[in-house]
Design a protein around this ligand. Structure first.
Ligand SMILES: [Fe+2]
Length: 488
């Protein structure tokens, strides 16, 4: 037997751990039809703790990585999910209890697993629970505190830690890599690249076949939680929001990150054909925080970066550490475009608002890194009903929107008072002029069940093309990605 999970937001209701490895053939399509042209795999990463937290409480974000695969084939849909067998999970299963302390704080771990060596920390402590990516013929599960884990795309069996054939030096690899649709390259970075709470950031590029062809390191202005970055055809942009790590706080048993609204935000911008030594820095003095970038593009010396800017981080445990009395959702937020002019003498950014607040922005893969029109993201709309608690932040999103960033046109679908949605994936169509499809998990709060919905990407306001039943509750994923069948 194991002890009960804590009676807190992160472990109760829709957030109750699921812990089921499953394989389900031919899910029931309850309504509509799944378009037959959708063929391929939608991989998702879900934090799903095997054991209750050792210290009695921990964030949702620390859950062991569960990877799921939703396989689409000529109108049929199969479902599969399996744990990533990390060193962390193997050690806990052997001890038959939780061994890890606070989120990202190895100083609070049980001595059985306490390993403070920067070289191995990223391998032994990561839960590999954030993003599955497909690159160079490999399926990798990523979390920003460590190295990637390679999985078998058929069985989801863990093959082991992936370090680009021993070439990778950075101890950490982001869960938000950037794929270049023109070259097939994968651009990524790691913050705290050489040890916990360090200011060192790595910038890496792998070629289309998955060979590491570039790794450079630089120092940031502070040790920031750099969850995402963004790349254009000509530039790389590294964001430093003042959500920072402190080694003394960690050694004292505290949380890794605290937000300082008084500190400036810095964006480092470099040309892709130059080195990190040529970084140009831009500064923003008002409180700013963001976790996900929608897209970015360059026009000569001007770089345009689109993202959801908030005045505080959304995670309750981070606000608590920061001594900020802000309820989730009450921070002032908007979707914005920042213009960074490399030819100007000023380090200031020019901001324009492009849409209402939300998160989980996504553009079609073909539009990455270039000027674009269409993006899809999720919002919380109070007119749909009061918040339903799901995932690490608390209130779940209840509206999906298609935003035309050029015209401001916003097409939305609201899910009403008893449904929330998990992050959507975009599935391209092979038909000329067709915008493709969106697929996402819908949380059914009345029955504590789950469905997958498929929508026309061009017209989310029309509702689902297909509603697919899942005979179990799916815990809230972090991120997912689509891999077309012809890529296997
Ligand atoms: Fe993310």
């Amino acid at each position: 037997m194991t002890a009960p999970f804590p009676k807190t937001m992160d472990y109760q209701g829709f957030n109750a751990p699921n812990r089921i490895e499953a394989q389900i053939y031919d899910l029931v399509v309850a309504e509509g039809e799944v378009p037959a042209e959708i063929n391929g795999a939608w991989f998702r990463c879900i934090p799903d703790p095997q054991y209750p937290p050792m210290l009695g409480e921990d964030t949702y974000l620390s859950g062991d990585g569960m990877v799921s695969k939703v396989w689409f084939e000529n109108g049929h849909v199969d479902y599969q999910q399996r744990y990533v067998m990390t060193e962390r999970l193997k050690a806990e299963r052997k001890a038959r209890r939780g061994l890890h302390g606070k989120y990202r704080n190895p100083y609070t771990d049980d001595p059985i697993v306490q390993n403070l060596d920067a070289e191995t920390l990223g391998v032994t402590r990561t839960a590999a629970n954030t993003t599955p990516i497909w690159h160079g013929g490999r399926l990798l599960a990523l979390k920003e505190d460590g190295r990637a884990h390679e999985l078998d795309p058929e069985t989801l069996e863990t093959k082991g830690v992936f370090d680009f054939g021993g070439k990778l030096r950075t101890a950490t690899m982001t869960a938000h890599t950037r794929y270049d649709p023109e070259t097939g390259e994968l651009h990524f970075y790691g913050y705290q690249a050489d040890g916990i709470a360090s200011k060192t950031v790595s910038y890496c590029v792998a070629d289309k076949d998955g060979n590491l062809i570039r790794e450079e390191w630089f120092e940031g202005p502070y040790s920031s939680l750099m969850h995402d970055f963004v790349v254009t055809r000509d530039h790389v942009i590294f964001p430093f929001f003042p959500l920072t790590a402190d080694l003394d706080r960690l050694k004292g048993g505290g949380h890794m990150f605290a937000f300082d609204p008084e500190a400036p935000t810095w964006f480092g911008v470099m040309r892709r054909d130059q080195s990190v030594k040529e970084m140009r820095w831009f500064k923003y003095d008002d409180p700013a925080c963001s976790f996900h970038f929608m897209n970015a593009f360059s026009d000569g010396d001007k770089v345009f970066v689109d993202f959801g800017r908030s005045t505080a981080p959304p995670f309750p445990f981070m606000l608590e550490t920061s001594n900020l009395d802000i309820t989730p959702g009450s921070a002032r937020s908007a979707y914005v475009r920042w213009e960074l002019d490399l030819s100007a003498n000023s380090d200031a950014v020019k901001e324009t608002v492009i849409g209402p607040p939300g998160d989980f922005p996504r553009v079609a893969d073909k539009d990455f890194m270039r000027e674009y029109e269409i993006a899809w993201y999720q919002r919380f709309d109070i007119e749909q009903g009061p918040p339903n608690i799901v995932g690490p932040v608390g209130p779940g999103f209840n509206t999906i929107s298609r935003l035309n960033v050029k015209t401001g046109d916003l097409r939305s679908f609201g899910f009403g008072p008893h449904r929330t949605i998990q992050e959507h994936v975009h599935i391209p169509s092979k038909q000329d002029g067709h915008e493709g499809y969106l697929a996402f998990v819908v949380d059914l709060h009345e029955t504590m069940g789950s469905e997958i919905w498929v929508m026309e990407a061009a017209h989310p306001e029309n509702g689902p093309l297909a509603r697919i039943e899942i005979p179990m509750r799916l815990r809230c994923q972090v991120h997912g990605n689509w891999v077309d069948a012809d890529q296997f």
